[in-house]
Design a binder for this molecule. Structure first.
Ligand SMILES: [Ca+2]
Length: 563
């Protein structure tokens, strides 16, 4: 057998950036020792309430690995479960990596909804040290964020919003260093939805710890967008006391796609940029020549759907958050029961666990939104800057489906535009400059994280790794549709504000016939998405601050459009 230290040095040389701590002799420890020897930094350490570690044998698709479970808490009420999965090191029989079976990298994975995740099999099977955490609570219920006595349970909220994943990342790096006697060469995050939001929190608040973050469909602006999940429910309840039948909602979506699909130059069943689609559900009112053969609407239903697309406004008509875009499946938020996290969000906003959303009219929406902004959104909404992350050389990659049915994708564009303004030389957003470390890819026709009629993005994480380790920034991401395992359509996805432009000849089902171009930051599109002042939702002015959007130009274009 090759001397471990020689072998370690030779393979390490192939991994740029790896830092070898102990070239003379391999100083790693066995998996079982990680939790039993206080010298390894876990047992007996401050705030580590308990720890165990054991080798888990290979099973089905899962490789043999070392599993470390840590219960972390700085006080009796804080109980964050963290799991770190480590490909076996040499002492434990691992082979094939830069040390044992390890590829020299860590990859934290995120949760969903109000849950974390302890399932680290994906990264571990790919050779990474994988990590997850439960965000400090079991299950997916956010209700305990408000105590019965009407106070906030800030421990619960902060552990879910930020503490869990920060400790997860820090422990995963420390445990890897001890187990392999090597610092990880690269550290990554990989999450979607809540996992995407967690990636943004890490970029904003733990900016020096990660080299690359894949944060898809991020649930940032948690309070504001989850409150907006209830908008359609209020509108429908006001108008006719209940939900529009799903078949009629779905027909309205189908009709909107039919009306706007070809306007982007490619009739493919997908609206490339739904912000440009002005289709009104009134076209589907029963008796209208444009009405569909089945599932036509009453006028009240049509107006309610138009308001769902438009999104919440206050009584003065100023926009408070973004709606669901045309082409997006509507029943997830607008079914006979509201989405459960939206109901709980109203309770968080009002810090009243028994708050009943059915007591709120659409005209009163702004009051609930403002309560949320003033009471809790500073804690939950994670809209901080990326200064430290940017300065330390991190790369942030985000994919968001334009027909996401749970988060409002325009919220992600909103943050991206803000950062483009922040990292520009002048007031005007500078997307090229922003793209130096932060790239946002839109997925036309794609639903929440995946699904929907649009081409699905391929190998986003691989693109991030290539960017971080080889300096190759992704200029496009390949997306595809498949049917029965056969690829039926390919299309490039482009870094915002570019989009895929058809070259004019050849199959529109072939990515080779498209290039990334155009500029979707059209003045009227951007102006219409300026929001009412944060924390003054009831009667505040539209807030252009920090958006890089010129209010004078917006007023001029609004006048020209007669709006
Ligand atoms: Ca189209």
């Amino acid at each position: 057998m090759l001397c471990p230290s020689v072998r370690l040095m030779s393979v390490t040389a192939s991994l740029a950036g790896a830092v070898l701590l102990a070239p003379a002799a391999y100083a790693g420890v066995s998996c079982s020792e990680l939790a039993t020897d206080p010298a390894n930094g876990l047992l007996g350490s401050p705030n580590v309430k308990s720890v165990n570690s054991q080798v888990i044998a290979a099973s089905g698709p899962n490789v043999a690995h070392c599993q470390v479970n840590i219960l972390y808490g700085e006080n009796p009420s804080q109980n964050i479960n963290i799991r770190v999965g480590l490909p076996l090191n040499e002492l434990d029989g691992g082979t094939g990596g830069v040390q044992g079976a390890w590829n020299g990298r860590t990859q934290g994975i995120g949760g969903g909804g109000c849950s974390g995740s302890l399932n680290v099999g994906g990264p571990v099977n790919a050779g990474y040290v994988g990590s997850g955490n439960d965000t400090g609570h079991a299950g997916g219920d956010c209700t305990p964020g408000v105590n019965q006595d009407g106070t906030y349970n800030l421990q619960f909220i902060n552990d879910f919003i930020r503490n869990g994943m920060k400790q997860q990342v820090l422990f995963s790096k420390a445990v890897a260093k001890t187990y392999y006697a090597m610092k990880p060469a690269y550290n990554y995050w990989n999450g979607c939805s809540t996992g995407g939001r967690q990636g943004y929190v890490l970029a904003q608040e733990l900016g020096t710890e990660l080299d690359g973050i894949l944060a898809n469909a991020p649930a940032i602006y948690w309070t504001r967008f989850q409150t907006a999940q209830m908008w359609g429910q209020l509108v429908m309840r006001d108008a006719f006391g209940g939900a529009i039948p799903a078949a009629r909602l779905n027909q309205a979506t189908t009709s909107a796609i039919a009306a706007c699909d070809a306007a982007d130059g490619v009739p493919d069943g997908v609206i490339d940029d739904p912000r440009t689609c002005r289709f009104s559900a009134r076209a589907n009112v029963c008796g209208m020549p444009t009405a569909p053969a089945e599932n036509c609407l009453t006028l009240a239903e049509a107006d309610a759907i138009d308001r769902i697309w438009d999104g919440p406004r206050n009584v003065e008509g100023n926009k408070l958050w973004f709606g669901l875009d045309r082409g997006t499946s509507l029943p997830a938020l607008n079914g006979t029961s509201p989405f459960f996290l939206g109901v709980i969000q109203f309770q968080w906003n009002t810090h009243d666990r028994s708050f009943d959303w059915t007591t709120v009219s659409a005209d009163e929406y702004a009051e609930v939104a403002q309560a949320g902004s003033r009471n809790i959104a500073d804690v939950t909404d994670t809209f901080g800057d990326l200064d430290v992350f940017r300065k330390s050389g991190g790369k942030l990659l985000t994919f968001v489906g334009m027909n996401d049915q749970l988060i409002m994708p325009r919220g992600v564009l909103h943050y991206y535009r803000e950062m483009a303004a922040r990292y520009s030389n002048r007031d005007k957003p500078d997307f090229k400059r922003l793209q130096g470390f932060y790239r946002l890819f839109r997925g036309p026709g794609v639903a929440h994280c995946s699904g929907g009629a649009g081409p699905q993005p391929q190998n986003l994480f691989g693109a991030l790794v290539n960017w971080v380790e080889n300096g190759v920034a992704p200029d496009q991401i390949l997306a595809q549709n498949t049917s029965g395992g056969v690829v039926t359509r390919t299309r490039p996805l482009c870094p915002y504000p570019q989009t895929a432009v058809y070259n004019g000849s050849g199959s529109t089902g072939d990515a080779a016939n498209f290039h990334c171009g155009d500029n979707l930051e059209k003045l009227h599109t951007v102006c219409e998405d300026v929001l009412t002042e944060y924390k003054d939702e009831v009667s505040g002015d539209l807030d252009y601050t920090g958006m890089g959007v010129n209010p004078v130009a917006c007023k001029a274009t609004a006048r020209a459009r007669g709006r």
